[in-house]
Design a protein around this ligand. Structure first.
Ligand code: ATP
Ligand code: MN
Length: 477
């Protein structure tokens, strides 16, 4: 007989009579009621054991965490709390879980504790909900681009160029760290290394994706990226996943339109497909908020927040206008910001971004036309020669979720910017050459997948939206 997923049994119970289900025990009450979960839904299936007939030694093995295969009859439930239940005919215990040592008991565990049990935390309601949503979100992302005729391309993970400028890189090497061959200058000679040169893990697939957009039209990457930044924040990982579309013939406005449509599409998708998980996480957040002081509580619940983003236009303002707002703002005048905004040209800190998004506009904000000095070399110079066609999307509770720009397509302008910023032109020869042959106006952006998952699930810490987080001093599992 085939076994069934619990989600199917609960959603169309009339299709089934005798069933086999396989999963893990959440709780076992009164030697009689097993709450079984198989990961297919947040809901458990109640399986009722006739304990008078059951073997004592079997009952002893039914503990939280044990893996069971249950055969029984699916009936309408007498009790409240569930519509159907299984009258157990037989139980096969695949794997026991010792109640004295199994760490995931049926009580609330702190996220810090669960990070140390990352191999088992998926058995909790919160993590299974988050990871189901993560999976469904990634599917929605592919679906969005597929429907729009974008091609999914795979950019390299090992890169030979260190000029991408997005952050500190992890070196990839096979040299013996104890005894690397040195060159005449006394430096490590990477000519002897695997690739015959210095190589690193990529911080972004953008530059390579750009080349493919200049032939395929619209493309996107969705892959892992690596940054050896030591920022131990709730929004930074050393290894994270990024979605990076690149579009030939797109200007910055089209780029912003696409990014907004894209985010709304993926969030809409989970509103439709992940109702139960979202309801659970919504409630979790409400409980968590209760422990905060009144003035720090979020005015909106999780589902409300997602709906708000889906149903409202993102605010679009230029960096210059944002600086004006910030200069005149209360926290700036009263010196409440750690970094006081005085002059045009300074980079925005997350306190400023939060003020704009959470206090001033109370909505997602797209900031565009940043000072050239604080942005990457590849962003298109505006006619004012001071600002570039950059855009960042800022989200409530998250901060920057997207960074993008119209790319510089003019050969001379690009070359002069590379020189001005002191970047080695040699490594970028192919990127520059793209501007010599059939160059087009083009644009793209990068969305940090984990930050989107954070927003969609209401999880505070980015370490709790990826299965095995990589952060400074932490690469266990
Ligand atoms: P931040 O200022 O938050 O460090 P960034 O300006 O370095 O971001 P970009 O280089 O523009 O970010 O990368 C594009 C997107 O990738 C960001 O908008 C963000 O969503 C995500 N991102 C960047 N760095 C990280 C990281 N260390 N961990 C997780 N996501 C990240
Ligand atoms: Mn960064």
């Amino acid at each position: 007989m085939i076994s069934y997923r619990i989600v199917d049994l609960l959603s169309k119970p009339n299709h089934y009579k005798t069933v086999i289900v396989k999963g893990w025990v959440k709780t076992f009450r009164a030697n009689r009621f097993i709450a079984l979960n198989d990961g297919s839904t947040i809901e458990n299936l109640q399986c009722v054991v006739d304990y008078k007939q059951a073997d004592e030694s079997l009952l002893k093995k039914i503990n939280t965490g044990a893996a069971l295969e249950i055969e029984g009859e699916l009936i309408k439930s007498m009790g409240k709390g569930q519509s159907v239940e299984v009258l157990v005919k037989s139980i096969l215990v695949h794997g026991e879980a010792d109640p004295d040592t199994y760490p995931i008991q049926a009580k609330k565990h702190s996220f810090e504790f669960l990070r140390e049990k990352a191999h088992l935390r998926i058995r909790t309601n919160t993590f299974s909900s988050v990871m189901r949503i993560r999976s469904i979100l990634s599917f929605a992302i592919h679906q969005f681009f597929n429907q729009k005729g974008f091609y999914y391309i795979h950019t390299p993970i090992i890169t030979g160029s260190d000029a991408e400028g997005a952050g500190e890189m992890f070196r990839v090497t096979v040299l013996d760290p104890k005894n690397p061959k040195l060159n005449d200058q006394g430096n490590v000679d990477f000519k002897n290394d695997f690739f015959g040169k210095e190589t690193n893990l990529t911080v972004s697939g953008q530059l390579e994706a750009e080349t493919y957009s200049q032939g395929l039209g619209n493309v996107y990457t969705f892959g892992p990226t690596f940054r050896a930044e030591k920022s131990n924040t709730a929004r930074h990982l050393a290894e994270f996943w990024m979605i990076e579309p690149e579009m030939a013939f797109f200007d910055l406005n089209q780029n912003m339109d696409l990014a907004e449509e894209f985010i709304k599409y993926t969030l809409n998708h989970i509103l439709e497909k992940c109702k139960k998980d979202l309801t659970f996480l919504d409630q979790r957040l409400i409980n968590e908020e209760k422990s905060k002081p009144q003035n720090e509580r979020s005015p909106m619940g999780l589902i409300e927040k997602i709906n708000f983003v889906v149903n409202n236009d993102f605010i679009r303002i230029s960096y210059t206008d944002a600086i004006d707002i910030l200069k005149k703002s209360k926290p700036n005048k009263k010196k409440k910001f750690e970094y006081i905004i005085e002059n045009w040209g300074t980079d925005l800190q997350s306190e400023h971004e939060r003020f704009l998004v959470e206090k001033h506009f109370n909505a997602p904000v797209i900031l565009y036309d940043y000072p050239a000095r604080i942005k990457a070399f590849y962003m298109r110079m505006n006619d004012d020669k001071k600002t570039v066609r950059a855009m960042d999307i800022l989200f409530p509770g998250i901060g920057e979720i997207v960074g993008g720009s119209q790319r510089e397509e003019r050969l001379e302008v690009l070359e002069s910017r590379i020189e001005k910023m002191g970047i080695d032109k040699k490594e970028l020869w192919w990127y520059i050459e793209l501007r010599k042959f059939g160059s087009t106006p083009h644009s793209g952006f990068g969305l940090g997948f984990e930050r989107l998952v954070q927003f969609a699930t209401g999880m505070n810490n980015i370490r709790d939206v990826i299965p095995f987080p990589r952060t400074p001093l932490n690469a266990s599992f």
